[in-house]
Design a protein around this ligand. Structure first.
Ligand code: UT7
Length: 315
């Protein structure tokens, strides 16, 4: 397939590090130097589905595709206000599409997993036009009195429309079960029969373990992708990495021995928006002219599970 259009949507409220330091034992200096984040967009009165629909509409417009022409919609989402139906069913109805759809929950690596599904369905002859929407509100998962987690995240939605083509060169996915490193429990309703001790637990993260996993997984995934297409890191025009921590991006950049200007970032003003991070970065990089038609792009993401993946495509 090829990525024919992109779109993104953000909540209007921008929360700066200094605003966080107003109620948390933290500082702009700590957050900026340890993560690269200066401000993030945080949901206030918006609904995630509205942002998903907005990003989807922009991606369809930029691809020149009508919702009725879509054959499949994949939404990547960890949490939203609905437990059911899936977010993709809500998006399908609101954009006026009539095709099948499904949600996936692959945390921050959701966009690359969705690309793999779309490409596989296309190669099997089952779809021609696919919409991917990644919409995430991780700020609703963290404990806002926990400075170790809540400062890292931001909300938003990113979308892409895929149409027939041979621009996707290679995708590699990985999984390595590690539930205790990055997890959250959601309390389900009681029944007359449940005897287990259950409670809500906000997002928990062993930061340094996740950091090490991220650098190792991304380096491995990118290397495997390059090996499959017999290319060296120099051949790639842009590395679009999951925006989790500027130090993780720098470590991967050092591993690949590539110049910093090949790694566009937006973590400074977005924080980590889980699976929305990659498609938002792609959309912004396309719209501001950094990534152009014909450029070779390596995308790589990693997250809870652990899961990770890398994809090489020509825009
Ligand atoms: O999307 C994938 C999911 N997440 C990630 O990829 C995140 C991966 N991990 C990371 O990015 C980093 O590990 C963090 C940014 C989460 C933490 O950075 P770190 O350099 O690994 O710091 P640390 O956890 O070793 O903590 C260092 C110190 C601690 O204090 P002590 O024990 O040395 O006194 C923390 O309590 O920094 C303290 N600390 C803070 N201080 C001020 C932790 N969070 C904060 C904070 N403000 N927000």
């Amino acid at each position: 397939m090829k990525i024919s259009g992109t779109g993104s949507s953000l909540p209007k409220l921008e929360v700066t590090n200094d605003m966080l330091a107003g109620f948390l034992d933290t500082s702009d200096e700590w957050i900026r130097t340890r993560t690269g984040v200066v401000s993030r967009h945080v949901i206030s009165d918006e609904r995630l589905e509205d942002m998903a629909v907005d990003a989807a509409g922009k991606a369809l417009d930029s691809a020149g595709i009508k919702a009725e022409e879509l054959d499949f919609i994949i939404c990547s989402n960890v949490v939203n206000e609905y437990v059911t139906p899936q977010l993709s069913s809500i998006v399908q109805g609101r954009i006026g599409a009539s095709c099948p759809c499904m949600d996936i929950n692959c945390a921050c690596a959701g966009f690359i997993h969705a690309l793999e599904i779309a490409e596989s369905f296309y190669m099997a002859g089952r779809v021609r036009n696919v919409l991917i929407v990644c919409a995430e509100e991780p700020t609703r998962m963290t404990d806002w009195s926990d400075r170790r987690t809540c400062v890292l995240f931001g909300d938003g939605a990113g979308a892409a429309v895929l149409t027939p083509g041979d621009n996707i060169k290679s995708i590699k996915l990985s999984a390595s079960s590690a539930v205790d490193k990055l997890w959250q429990y959601r309390l389900l309703l009681p029944t007359p029969y449940v005897t287990k001790d259950e409670h809500d637990v906000p997002l928990q993260m062993k930061g340094q373990d996740v950091f090490k996993f991220a650098v190792k997984a991304a380096s491995n995934d990118i290397t495997r992708v390059l090996e499959e297409v017999s290319l060296e890191p120099d051949a790639v025009d842009h590395y679009l990495l999951h925006q989790a921590n500027i130090r993780i991006i720098k470590a991967i950049q050092d591993y690949l021995e590539q110049p910093a200007d090949k790694f566009p970032t937006n973590i400074r003003n977005h924080g980590n928006s889980s699976s929305a991070s990659c498609p938002i970065l792609l959309d912004e990089s396309v719209r501001n002219g950094i990534v152009k038609k014909g450029d070779l792009v390596m995308m790589s993401a990693f997250g809870a599970g652990f899961v990770s993946g890398a994809a090489l495509f020509e825009l």
